[in-house]
Design a protein around this ligand. Sequence first.
Ligand SMILES: [Zn+2]
Length: 115
Amino acid sequence: MNLQTAQQRQNERRRTIPEVKKQRAMYYKAWYETRGRGRSQKDKESYRLWALRNPKAVKARQIVFQALKSGRLEKPEKCVNCGQRRKLLAHHESYDFPYMVTWVCFSCHPRRRNN
Ligand SMILES: [Zn+2]
């Protein structure tokens, strides 16, 4: 299944062009230099509040993290939804089953949530 839009496919192709790659690298270098690598205090605070409201989700995340470390769970290379090599998230259908995760990329995750 391929849910990519034409725009996404074009962006994907553009990323492989050396000149575009260089421009991106320069852009992000400048971005991190001015804003820093760490999360902002606002982000940290909103995560803390989210974690207080969602203790089950926090527990499930910890279990996945430990399982990845110990080799009990394995992270695939590609998103199971769009098949792209991206940074993957472990999506839980239910936090009651922390080992049952679907590995999706950032752009597929919200779509799955809304389904
Ligand atoms: Zn995806």
